[in-house]
Design a binder for this molecule. Structure first.
Ligand code: PLP
Length: 270
């Protein structure tokens, strides 16, 4: 089903263009590199802005360095001066100053915005400053869809997630903070695996097979939220965008285990 209730595009543009804002992962598995590759896979062009540089390889993250906030602001203003966009996808924000600049812009834009609230890498390195974690609630009213994993959703909601019921409670409590839709990714849970979308009061669940992620594969969260942004920018409803992207990601991960699905060529091999 195509979606006709898309928010406005800003500035006139005939293109499906998504603005990706996030960290730079030199190993290419996560961050804006993964965003751009994912979008191009779905025929959507991406423009991008980097919030922080990381030092990382396929084994993990070893350091983070923020970009200059006033230059980040200048880049954003320059880019939006002549580039039309139909969706914004935000990933790693890292520091308070970049966060404040971004909120200042989001207040002025009327564009569908997805945020993947990246907090820690799967190798355990902090990708969000403590000071920003304490102010995180300030962003929700500017976000249309937030896509936390279970650990992030527990932090954001204060609920412990152990079942579908508690996941729904957590999603509702995050939505109450001001964003319309919440997708909680259940990959970290024991037992059944599912993603749960709470979308303006409607609930849908995407059931999946349990999959072990191969060593060296990271950035699956970035790619999933980018795939959702790409589908949404192409005119699919939010629910369809989530379902298609969630199943695509499951196929990509399965492909890396060599069981016949398409290989996830976007993620680096060890
Ligand atoms: N580096 C950057 C720039 C990211 O945006 C992310 C996750 O979004 C990561 C590293 C960590 O990826 P993972 O959680 O798969 O370890």
């Amino acid at each position: 089903m195509k979606n006709n209730q898309k928010k406005n595009r800003i500035f006139s543009s005939g293109q499906n263009k998504v603005l990706c804002i996030g960290g730079l992962d030199p190993s290419g598995g996560a961050g804006v590199t993964a965003d751009i590759l994912t979008m191009s896979k779905f025929g959507v062009s991406a423009v991008s802005l980097v919030t922080a540089l990381t030092a990382q390889n396929t084994r993990g993250v070893y350091g983070v360095c923020s970009v200059d906030p006033s230059f980040f602001s200048f880049q954003l203003e320059t880019l939006l001066g002549d580039t039309g966009i139909s969706c914004i996808k935000i990933g790693m924000l890292y520091d308070e100053k970049i966060f404040d600049v971004l909120i200042g812009f989001l207040c002025k834009l009327d564009v569908f915005t997805i945020w993947d609230p990246v907090m820690d890498s799967s190798s355990g390195y902090s990708l969000m400053e403590e000071k920003l974690r304490l102010r995180i609630d300030d962003v929700f009213t500017h976000i249309d869809l937030i896509t936390p994993n279970v650990l992030e959703a527990e932090f954001l909601s204060g609920e412990s997630i152990t079942s579908k019921e508690s996941m729904l409670l957590a999603a509702k409590s995050i939505a109450k903070k001001g964003c319309k839709s919440v997708l909680i990714k259940g990959g970290h849970m024991r037992g059944e695996v599912f993603d749960l979308l709470y979308n303006s009061g409607e609930v849908s669940v995407v059931e999946k097979e349990r999959q072990e992620i191969s060593r060296g594969v990271h950035g699956t969260g970035c790619a999933l939220s980018s795939a959702i942004a790409a589908h949404y920018a192409s005119g699919f409803s939010l629910e369809d965008s989530v379902k298609k992207s969630s199943l695509w990601m499951a196929g990509m991960i399965a492909g890396r285990r060599g069981n016949g699905c398409e290989a996830f060529s976007l993620l680096p091999l060890v």
